[in-house]
Design a protein around this ligand. Structure first.
Ligand code: 6PG
Ligand code: NI
Length: 184
């Protein structure tokens, strides 16, 4: 039997993916209208600003029960007003689906929220490991001056539910005030 070479690669420095069945999603400022508190600051910025990119390896079709997806999220450093660049954040569509995140490069915060709106947050750094239980919304925030790269693995049938977050947020925002990173 031939022992094959790996068909996919995962950079051990920053998690960049290459090989077959990989794809990339880009999110720009214009995709996140209403997500940031400071609308005036938001409107003054270039809507084409790239906030984050998600590279994903999908060996099975979305919705496959028992399948897994693997991805790396790259968040650029920056702020809208006092609020750091962040992902949209979501509950999974099949809400009980859990997920792992792990820090690869840069400094950030992972914000959680349960279905009753109770929020909590964990620091993300190279080597940090985060379990996102089912029924918990999750959002990544880049609190550093460099790119934040975070790996993730989640069930292929999890899906995304962005509606509740677009409407009411996480109840907490990660900001810089007087040189300090705060959650308020
Ligand atoms: C997922 C993961 C992760 C996430 C990205 C982008 O369930 O797919 O949590 O890959 O999608 O970090 O975040 P948003 O999907 O919230 O924009
Ligand atoms: Ni998720």
């Amino acid at each position: 039997m031939e022992i094959k070479d790996p068909r996919n690669h995962f950079s051990k420095e920053n998690g960049a993916l290459s090989g077959e069945k990989t794809s990339k999603t880009i999110r720009k400022l214009k995709d996140m209208k209403g997500f940031y508190e400071d609308e005036e600051a938001f409107n003054k910025m270039d809507p084409e600003t790239v906030l984050y990119e998600v590279e994903m390896h999908a060996p099975v079709k979305a919705g496959t029960e028992g399948g897994l997806f693997f991805g790396t999220s790259f968040l650029n450093p920056g702020k809208v007003g006092e609020e750091f660049f962040m992902t949209k954040g979501h509950f999974h569509e099949i809400i009980n689906r859990a997920e792992y995140y792990w820090g690869l490069e840069g400094e950030g915060v992972l914000v959680f929220m349960d279905e009753d709106g109770n929020a909590s947050a964990e620091k993300v750094c190279p080597g940090s490991l985060h379990f996102v239980p089912g029924k918990i919304a999750h959002r990544l925030v880049n609190t550093g001056d460099t790119k934040l790269a975070v790996g993730a693995c989640w069930p292929a049938d999890a899906g995304h539910q962005y509606g509740p977050i677009a409407e009411s947020g996480f109840g907490v925002r990660i900001k810089e005030k007087n040189g300090t990173i705060i959650a308020e």
